[in-house]
Design a protein around this ligand. Structure first.
Ligand SMILES: NC(=O)c1ccc[n+]([C@@H]2O[C@H](COP(=O)([O-])OP(=O)(O)OC[C@H]3O[C@@H](n4cnc5c(N)ncnc54)[C@H](OP(=O)(O)O)[C@@H]3O)[C@@H](O)[C@H]2O)c1
Length: 290
């Protein structure tokens, strides 16, 4: 199968490239190699290529910068995915486009399903929701995969920042009143091929590790795993911060954005593994060597 991966220099894109490199005919583009803000370049480059699946893991992911650079966020997160879907239609290729739990407003207290109404409260989420709509409007069996709190070895994320802080400081804190679920890039990379040749009813699929946690619980579990793996830390416990104390954040963020993976489990017969298991696996595999 011929696969093109956009965002191949990012946390998720790099993991996908690693996982598929040996099994498929892969071409990957990082930001410097193909800028999604240059729609003409995107068309010219991809029109000239032959592929079966195009995976878009590129995005303007800075939630706060999306508030001040709205046009740019919209161009990359909404306009470009629509163009990608058109390019795929012309080739009868499939587009797999990644989106986010931030398309939800956070008012629910039970996991969001694919049928729940998206109502973002920040411009990042708005731009990503517009991108989803552009992809789905193009038809042709494209898939939007929403993921949450993505972590993995290819680019530092919240969990890495917490571990680093715990190595430097005796007291660390994290927000305790905001809930979602961490999602391991390796788990995304391993599950995704099931959808290379498969239509998903409604076009949207949620994937995250199972369970839910606050950032404080997530960070505490990471420190506990480091303790078990013998990784030296100065801080052992994570104190609680309130979302309302995060004065330097520009964008509003949903307080609850847990994604239901029931549809994924129904389609594949296997639920994703629990977030604690995925984080423990990440820390033992990659952290103890750092
Ligand atoms: N990270 C999360 O917690 C999270 C949560 C929910 C959903 N998601 C979604 O998951 C997907 C993958 O995110 P990620 O975690 O891998 O984030 P990431 O590490 O920030 O990766 C995004 C990649 O897109 C690239 N990019 C940005 N602007 C671009 C442009 N104009 N043209 C081409 N490439 C561009 C970035 O390159 P530069 O860094 O060089 O700009 C980066 O390599 C995205 O769709 C994101 O919305 C992520």
């Amino acid at each position: 199968m011929k696969i093109v991966i956009l965002g191949a220099g990012g946390r998720l894109g790099a993991a996908l490239l690693r996982e598929y490199r040996e099994k498929h005919d892969i071409a990957g583009f990082n930001h410097a190699q193909l800028d999604l803000a240059s729609l003409g370049d995107v068309r010219r480059t991809l029109d000239a290529m032959d592929f079966d699946v195009l995976i878009n893991a590129a995005a303007f992911t800075n939630v706060d910068a999306s508030e001040t650079e709205r046009d740019r966020a919209f161009l990359i997160n909404a306009d470009a995915p629509g163009i990608l879907a058109e390019i795929c239609n012309a080739k009868e290729a499939k587009l797999i486009h990644f989106s986010t739990d931030y398309v939800f407003g956070g008012e629910k207290r039970a996991p969001y399903t694919e049928k729940d109404q998206a109502s973002p409260i920040g411009f990042y989420g708005e731009s990503k929701l517009a991108g989803e709509k552009n992809v789905l409007a193009a038809g042709n069996g494209h898939v939007v995969v929403r993921v949450s709190w993505v972590f993995g070895p290819d680019r530092s994320s919240f969990v890495d920042a917490m571990i680093k802080r715990a190595q430097q400081d005796e007291q660390i804190n994290a927000v305790a009143d905001k809930f979602s679920t961490p999602t391991y890039t390796d788990d995304i990379a391993r599950m995704l091929p099931q959808f290379f040749n498969r239509r998903v009813e409604g076009g949207i699929l949620h994937f995250a590790n199972t369970g839910r946690c606050s950032w404080q619980e997530y960070a505490q579990w990471a420190l506990d795993c480091c303790g078990d793996a013998g990784i030296p830390l100065r801080a052992r416990t994570v104190g609680a911060l309130k979302l309302s104390e995060m004065k330097n954040w520009i964008a509003c963020r949903p307080v609850y954005s847990v994604l239901s993976t029931a549809k994924y489990a129904d389609l594949t017969g296997t639920p994703p593994r629990a977030w604690r298991e995925a984080v423990a696996d990440y820390i033992t595999r990659f952290y103890s060597q750092k």
